[in-house]
Design a protein around this ligand. Structure first.
Ligand code: GAR
Length: 190
């Protein structure tokens, strides 16, 4: 059984999809740790409901990003984490995390990268009037939403309803994250 950590900052619907799939045996892995940089975020309560250990911290309580990332790396090491899944974790990682875990950290992003990087991808794509939307999962490097792409899925949408589009993107994200973790396991890439 592979051991996963999920990093999130907010709602945690991707966390929920991954943890649920693990619990139901649809992924041959276990979520052993959740890391969250906003202690009041919904994902913290979701992790508690699953009984999953959570490191919820306030970055303002640390002198630097390197300081809290050293704590995170120590936790990942001691829990023998095989794969770190960023799922709406809205912070760039520093050398501390990447020096230890590069190649074992993946991220999900709600656009067809390299288009629409950043925190407002769905909104920007809708404003732009794109006709094909999508979701990307990629390895994480030192850049925002950069790194080699592992999987992508697209769908056509010509409506103008942000809530409807968001729901479609999130449903696709959940499916793609589960399939991508399974693919990495099946190909012995973790
Ligand atoms: C997801 O749509 C994810 O792709 C996005 O944040 C959302 C988190 O939702 N990430 C990014 O935009 C990264 N640049 P969730 O908390 O419900 O999983």
């Amino acid at each position: 059984m592979k051991r996963l950590a999920v990093f999130a900052s907010g709602e945690g619907s991707n966390f929920e999809a991954i943890a649920g799939a693990c619990a139901e045996g649809r992924i041959a892995a276990e979520v052993v740790l959740v890391v969250c940089d906003r202690p009041a975020a919904r994902v913290v309560a979701r992790a508690a409901a699953h009984g999953i250990e959570t490191f919820a911290f306030d970055p303002k309580g640390y002198a630097s990003k390197a300081d809290y990332e050293r704590e995170i790396v120590a936790l990942l090491d001691s829990r023998q984490v095989d794969l770190v899944c960023l799922a709406g974790y809205m912070r760039l990682l520093s050398d501390v995390m990447l020096d230890s875990y590069e190649g074992r950290i993946i991220n999900i992003h709600p656009s067809l990268l390299p288009a629409f990087k950043g925190a407002h991808a769905i909104e920007q794509a809708l404003e732009y009037g794109v006709k094909i939307y999508g979701v990307t999962i990629h390895y994480v490097d030192r850049t925002m939403d950069g790194g080699r792409i592992i999987s992508q899925q697209a769908f056509p949408y010509e409506g103008h309803d942000m809530a409807e589009l968001e729901a479609m993107v999130h449903a696709l994200e959940h499916e793609l994250y589960i399939n991508t973790i399974n693919k990495l396991i099946a190909e012995s890439r973790i």
